[in-house]
Design a protein around this ligand. Structure first.
Ligand SMILES: Cc1cc2nc3c(=O)[nH]c(=O)nc-3n(C[C@H](O)[C@H](O)[C@H](O)COP(=O)(O)OP(=O)(O)OC[C@H]3O[C@@H](n4cnc5c(N)ncnc54)[C@H](O)[C@@H]3O)c2cc1C
Length: 495
């Protein structure tokens, strides 16, 4: 087969956007995806049915290494299908807070300032339809009232705005029930693509091939594919560093330990693993809560542990159901009628690692988040539970409540709350940071501000892996933006 102009590995949130942006500019592109197609597959297209995919062949369902300070039984869902994890997520949509882009620029992300990124969001939102919850709900009205008594006013969380502390209705990338995943919004219909875009589904990349320091192709379970121009790794925060290390790019000692010849030593590959860890507080209600939009999640709140902070440091999703996945196994009571708050650490500081188990590409990587190793994360989680309690104690929300199910009112001191919150901790499913972007003389940076892998020609990373630090909101739209920015930089149309 004639070499492509570009090969993109992974048709997820970033990969679909990068591939189609390049193809629309006349480049001849191959998009290689380990999973199958989502076209006509309603468990992926209907945004209320994502749970049908969890634990199936469409979910990588990663286990994690034992967590001395947190919950070792957390499972990390990741989509293995066109659209990647954007085909299996809960479609909450935000733009990247300016605050976080400014932190990235401070770390060397030249060209990523809020003003430079803003036009990319205009382009994303011209293609990805966003709407808010359409169902009026008395529970939500009472939540807004109670939050306001607790000092959190009603905020419009539209992705046009910057996030501030307050409570508000979530916005979703959907049209009615239909998900606006990266594949739906950018790839569909697949039949529209001719020679400019070849979508290779059910094709798993094993390693990148090099000629000297230049990436020239990719070896897959369906054969080898070559490209004249840049290859883009968009396989996600677990698989992108895994593929780099399987190809000999990563920390030399670790690569030697698993019997891989070093192509290029890069200490940061698989380091800096970030996430949004969360926990749960749940209440039983006297009566059923009327249905809200899809996924029993229509609202969220943001709080500050110190009013002088420039941005909120606590985020909590509000569920109109009892979310008991990690509390039930510990014997906490549950109920048919109830609600839950899941406070998370908006800018978690604990960092973990992704490492190879062996030099066999079929083996799962070793994923160790080292959750709550940074005391800051424990503090924020504890404060999140306390803030949730303060809101629930206010009228009229209080009048809905029959009892606190978990942790239970006997859990009161900060130490008790922290121990409980970490024991039943979950994840908002936002792994990131494992191929971080940074300045050339930062030896832990994997890619430069143009997303080029340091010391290698023709190879870029564009997905959640490149986050230098965690951002304070759910990241899917940010990751789509990264795919678009990468394509623009290759095309030279980056402003
Ligand atoms: C249950 C759940 C709910 C979530 N809810 C939200 C939400 O409401 N809002 C939000 O903003 N974010 C949400 N997220 C997170 C968000 O969806 C992800 O952060 C984002 O989709 C990640 O994008 P990515 O491009 O980095 O990786 P992915 O979208 O995961 O794409 C990686 C792609 O690469 C493919 N791939 C991997 N390895 C290989 C290989 N070797 N060869 C070929 N292909 C390969 C994968 O199959 C996949 O298609 C949620 C995540 C989950 C799991």
């Amino acid at each position: 087969m004639k070499p492509f102009d570009h090969i993109i590995i992974g048709a997820g949130s970033a990969g679909c956007v990068a591939a189609t942006t390049l193809a629309k500019s006349g480049r001849r592109v191959a998009l290689i995806e380990a999973g199958g197609s989502d076209e006509g597959f309603f468990d992926a297209l209907d945004a209320g049915r994502w749970k049908n995919l969890v634990g199936t062949k469409h979910d990588y369902d990663y286990q994690i290494e034992p967590q001395p300070h947190g919950n070792s039984s957390i499972r990390h869902t990741r989509g293995k299908i066109l659209g990647g994890t954007s085909s299996i997520n809960t479609i909450i949509a935000w733009r990247t807070p300016d605050y976080d882009l400014e932190r990235w620029v401070e770390q060397g992300a030249k060209g990523w300032s809020p003003n430079e990124i803003s036009p990319l969001f205009d382009r994303i939102f011209s293609q990805v339809h966003i709407e808010t919850s359409s169902l009026e709900n008395p529970f939500h009205h009472d939540l807004i009232e109670a939050a306001s008594q607790a000092g959190l006013g009603l905020i419009d969380f539209s992705p046009k705005n910057q996030v501030r502390d307050g409570v508000g209705y979530l916005y979703f990338n959907k049209k009615g029930r239909m998900r606006q995943s990266a594949s739906v919004a950018f790839l569909h219909p697949l039949s529209q693509w001719g020679d400019e875009l070849t979508v290779l589904t059910n094709t798993k990349a094993h390693k990148i091939l090099f000629d000297g320091d230049r990436a020239i192709g990719v070896e897959t379970d369906k054969g080898t594919f070559y490209s004249d121009g840049d290859l883009i790794l968009s396989a996600g925060a677990f698989a992108s560093p895994t593929l780099l290390m399987q190809s000999g790019v990563g920390p030399a000692t670790h690569l030697s330990d698993v019997g891989i010849t070093v192509q290029r030593e890069l200490l940061g590959v698989g380091e800096n693993l970030l996430d949004h860890p969360d926990s749960m507080i749940g209440w039983e209600t006297h009566r059923p809560i009327p249905a809200v939009d899809l996924n029993a999640m229509g609202m969220a709140l943001f709080g500050k542990t110190d009013p002088s902070l420039p941005v909120p440091d606590i985020m909590a999703h509000v569920g109109t159901a009892v979310f008991d996945t990690y509390t039930k196994p510990h014997g906490y009571p549950t109920a048919t009628n109830g609600f839950s708050f899941s406070p998370n650490v908006a800018r978690a500081r604990s960092t973990g690692t992704v490492r190879l188990r062996s030099n066999n590409p079929a083996d799962r990587p070793l994923i160790d988040f080292r959750y709550f190793t940074d005391p800051y994360d424990r503090f924020i989680l504890t404060e999140g539970i306390k803030l949730s309690r303060r809101i629930a104690a206010e009228h009229p929300l209080k009048d809905w409540i029959k009892r606190e199910l978990f942790p239970g009112i006997e859990v009161q001191s900060d130490e008790e709350i922290s121990a409980y919150a970490r024991k039943v901790a979950g994840t908002v499913y936002h792994p990131a940071g494992t191929c971080k972007m940074g300045v050339v003389d930062d030896e832990t940076a994997v890619v430069d501000a143009q997303l080029r892998v340091r010391g290698i020609e023709n190879l870029r990373v564009a997905d959640a892996s490149i986050f230098p630090t965690m951002i304070g909101v759910n990241p899917n739209i940010t990751i789509m933006m990264i795919g678009m920015k990468c394509a623009d930089m290759i095309l030279g149309s980056d402003s």
